[in-house]
Write a protein that binds this ligand. Sequence first.
Ligand code: 5GP
Length: 179
Amino acid sequence: MQEIQIHNSTFESYLTENEIDSSVQKIAVAINSEYQDRHVLFIAVLNGSFMFCSDLLKKITVSCAVSFVKMQSYEGQETTGKVSELIGLSEDLNGVDVVIVEDIVDTGNTLEKLYALLNDKSVNSIKTATLLYKPEAYKKNLPIDFVGIEIPNEFVLGYGLDYDGLGRNLSKIYKLKKH
Ligand code: 5GP
C-alpha cells in the first residue's frame, strides 16, 4: 500500500518494515551493551509505543521487567501542549534503573511529565528509548539516549501511532501527504 486514506487525510508510505526493524535492532544492541549485568525496568508509554515495545523487548537480552503508563497529549493531528496521565505507575520504583520506551518524541512534553513522575519515586537512573524523534519540534533539555530514526516535523501514522484512534495496526509508517 503506497497511500492510505483516513477520514479526509491522505497518508503516503514513509518507512518500510525493514527500516523499522533495523532501527529497533540498533536500539536493542545499544541497550544490551549499556545495561550488561544490570536489571532494567522498561516503562512503555501507551498507547502509541505498544508495537515498538513488543518488538524491542524480544531483542533485549539483559535482565528486565516491563510496566506501562498511559499518557495523552495529542488530539487528531495536533499536540494540545498539556499532558494528562490516564494510567499511572503503582509499583515501588526506589533505586530502579528505568528505560522509558516512547514511540515518538515530538515536543518532549510527555517525556518531561514522565521524568517528573519518576524522579518523585526516587529511581536510580532514567534513560529514554524512542523509535522516532522530531528534533525540530523538541523543546526540552532532557537527553534522548536511544533514538531509532530522526524525522522532520511532520505527522506520521502506523506501527502503533494513530490518527484519531485509527492506523495503529499498520506494519509500516506513513506520513501525512501535503496537497
Ligand atoms: P510530545 O509530548 O513529545 O509532544 O508527544 C508525544 C506523543 O504525541 C507521542 O507519544 C505520540 O502519541 C504523539 N505524537 C507526536 N507526534 C506524533 C505524530 O507525528 N503522529 C502521531 N500519530 N502521534 C504523534
